[in-house]
Design a protein around this ligand. Structure first.
Ligand SMILES: *Cc1c(COP(=O)(O)O)cnc(C)c1O
Length: 376
């Protein structure tokens, strides 16, 4: 059986977790958390990184920092994970969904401006499969309408747009280190802040509404309750697990990219015959091989293909059911404009196995079975 995903593991994780335990600092903001934060700051060029308990929680922090309130509107694609919307809905916002581009499955930047109302507070681009949204256009719209840009870069670590790291282009960005992502700590994430004015509030919201972060740095002699907040900081043991991977981030990314290109090369004949649509990487985008997806003709064909692969010991999966058609989406959101591509394209898309140390022979076998299904 070839799994769809195997959580990343380099071999150094246990040693670092042991070190965290021996440091007698297993709660949040220990040595490994600091290493991870600094590494991300350096790698992405962001002003501040704060490791969190998940990308969902990092996004909740952005909603708190953006002071999202009842009745505010937030623009995002409907083709995304629930967390993108949840974080803002929790603050009472209405989610305004905009259609996607069929080539990248990202929000169609040309449709955003029309969805803006006087209640709009933020645009939330989601970089699907680690391939960037059209950020120049999005940043320009946000600037002209005085809106925040909050990047859901859950899948975007190590990817870039015109030389800038995803997650570090908008005002705020969020990474995920869930076990399904390129680098993992089990459950975890990171908040990236481009503007230093948010740092102090972010530290307070993340530490139960206290200024404990300042206290740890010796900047105040006792810590106090400063504002509302919650507990968004991960244990240093989890950060230790992540550190073992960030240290090897280039090697791990290259390993995934090699398999990604192998799929892409081997599947070209199916693309040329008009059988499958393969991913598009727009100019200026460097991706991180988070995912290898392709699109079948329709839902029926996709279901048959996924079943055929399963019979042959290969786990291939589809992806998001568009949020606007889900029960909570109907309640908390509205779709602005026409759903030309969101539903149709999501029904055709399937993902092939992709993980660190997926074997070259396995990709050969998977592609051979896809070709067998199509009699190619
Ligand atoms: C994985 C993912 C999330 C959620 O990440 P968690 O760390 O599990 O909270 C949010 N948005 C997108 C686009 C994702 O892929």
């Amino acid at each position: 059986m070839i799994n769809f995903n195997i959580p990343p593991f380099t071999g150094r994780e246990m040693e670092y977790i042991r070190q965290a335990v021996e440091n007698q600092k297993i709660c949040g903001d220990g040595e490994f958390t600091k290493k991870c934060n600094e590494w991300i700051e350096q790698k992405t060029g962001t002003a501040k990184c704060l490791l969190t308990t998940s990308c969902t929680h990092a996004t909740e922090l952005t909603a708190l920092l953006a002071d999202i309130k009842e009745g505010d509107e937030v623009i995002m694609p409907s083709y995304t994970f629930v967390s993108t919307a949840d974080a803002f809905v929790l603050r009472g916002a209405k989610v305004v969904f905009v259609d996607i581009r069929p080539d990248t499955m990202n929000i169609d930047e040309r449709l955003i401006e029309d969805a803006i109302t006087e209640r709009t507070k933020a645009i939330v681009p989601v970089h699907y499969a680690g391939v960037s949204c059209e950020m120049d256009t999005i940043m320009d719209i946000a600037k002209r309408h005085n809106l925040l840009v909050i990047e859901d870069a859950a899948q975007g670590i190590m990817a870039s747009y015109k030389g800038k790291a995803l997650g570090a282009i908008g005002d705020m960005g969020c990474f995920s280190f869930h076990e399904t992502k390129n680098f993992s700590m089990g459950e975890g994430g990171a908040l990236l802040l481009q503007d230093e004015k948010y740092i102090e509030d972010a530290e307070i919201f993340r530490e139960k509404g206290t200024d404990r972060s300042k206290y740890y740095r010796g900047q105040v002699d006792k810590y106090r309750w400063m504002n509302y907040g919650s507990s968004y900081l991960p244990s240093d043991m989890n950060a230790a697990y992540l550190w073992a991977q960030l240290e090897l981030a280039d090697e791990m990314t290259n390993d995934r990219l090699a398999r990604w290109h192998q799929y892409n090369d081997l599947l070209q004949p199916l693309k040329e015959r008009g059988i499958l649509e393969l991913p598009t990487i727009p100019e200026g985008c460097v991706h991180n091989a988070h995912m290898y997806y392709a699109k079948a003709t329709d839902l029926q064909e996709r279901t048959a293909l996924i079943d055929f692969l399963k019979e042959n010991g290969i786990l291939s999966v589809f992806h998001y059911v568009p949020l606007h058609s889900a029960p909570a989406g109907l309640k908390f959101g509205r779709f602005h404009g026409e759903d030309k591509y969101t539903t149709k394209e999501s029904e055709r898309l399937f993902r092939l196995p992709m993980y660190y140390r997926l074997k070259e022979e396995e990709v050969d076998y998977i592609v051979s079975k896809v070709k067998e299904f199509y009699h190619v």
